[in-house]
Design a protein around this ligand. Structure first.
Ligand SMILES: C[S@@+](CC[C@H](N)C(=O)[O-])C[C@H]1O[C@@H](n2cnc3c(N)ncnc32)[C@H](O)[C@@H]1O
Length: 245
């Protein structure tokens, strides 16, 4: 992981203790909590997942997949302190998807939040083909991805498109989640045009830490970078919950 991102996730861990992280996170899966079937939960690219922390109190077995050991360690501390004695069996798996296989279990819930946009559509097809044999009738699948309405989708910076490989349309998701296997329970298409005060202040602290880390102390240069980062952009994203047929 890039050093600037590591600084971001450490700051996220410092500024968003569990209760606040859950409070600030929009969780569509809460609508369907009563429908969770028996079986473990899997999250791909879990980071410090608000979902896994929140649902850890259900006592369900959890498979948390990420290819950053430090994120898995932070998640472990979060879950243990949040769920306490209610915690189910926790598997922290340092796996790079889709190269290394995910465990062949039948999951009640699969979460891919802010994850699939790091892959091409063909790689997404591969990932979803791995979800099919790992779910059964009634399993739920939550997906959140950047949409075409995201300002970055129009970026002329090729590095941006190497990092975020695909910006999704509703039709992309419909094709990926074949109706032979999945029924869509909810679809949401959101665009945030103005950053919240909380996000803006957090991003400012992040930039400050990055500038200190790279020893950029020239006031004008710092100011320009703060202003650049403070510009508004459209954060467009699609969310879906599917149920396995
Ligand atoms: C944007 S974060 C999302 C974290 C979390 N799902 C959330 O919504 O807060 C993406 C996470 O995916 C992980 N990741 C990126 N590429 C991956 C890959 N190929 N295999 C496994 N994890 C990956 C990163 O380390 C990071 O923790």
């Amino acid at each position: 992981m890039d050093e600037t991102l590591r600084i971001y996730w450490e700051l996220y861990n410092d500024l968003l203790p569990n209760e606040l992280m859950i409070h600030k996170s929009h969780n569509l899966l809460r609508n369907f909590e009563e429908e969770f079937i028996e079986g473990p939960i899997l999250e791909l690219g879990c980071g410090q997942s608000n979902f896994l922390v929140e649902f850890s109190k259900t006592g369900k077995e959890i498979f948390a997949v990420d290819n950053e050991e430090f994120q898995l360690n932070l998640l472990k501390k979060r879950i243990e302190s949040y769920a306490g004695k209610d915690v189910g069996k926790l598997h922290l798996l340092n796996i790079t998807v889709p190269e290394k296989e995910i465990p062949l279990k039948i999951f009640s819930l699969v979460i891919a939040s802010d994850f699939l946009h790091f892959f091409s559509i063909n790689e997404c097809k591969n990932i979803i083909s791995q979800i099919i044999p790992r779910t059964q009738k009634g399993s739920l699948i939550y997906v959140k991805v950047h949409s075409r309405s995201h300002s970055y989708s129009e970026s002329s910076d090729s590095g941006m498109h190497e990092y975020y490989k695909h910006f999704f349309t509703e039709s992309d998701l419909t094709k990926l989640f074949d109706e032979q296997y999945f029924e869509r329970m909810i679809f949401s298409n959101s665009v945030q045009n103005i950053k919240s005060k909380f996000t803006r202040e957090m991003e400012m602290k992040w930039i400050e830490k990055v500038l200190d880390e790279y020893q950029i102390f020239d006031q004008q240069e710092r100011q320009e970078l703060f202003e650049e980062n403070n510009k508004e952009l459209n954060v467009g994203y699609l969310e879906c919950v599917y149920r396995r047929k």
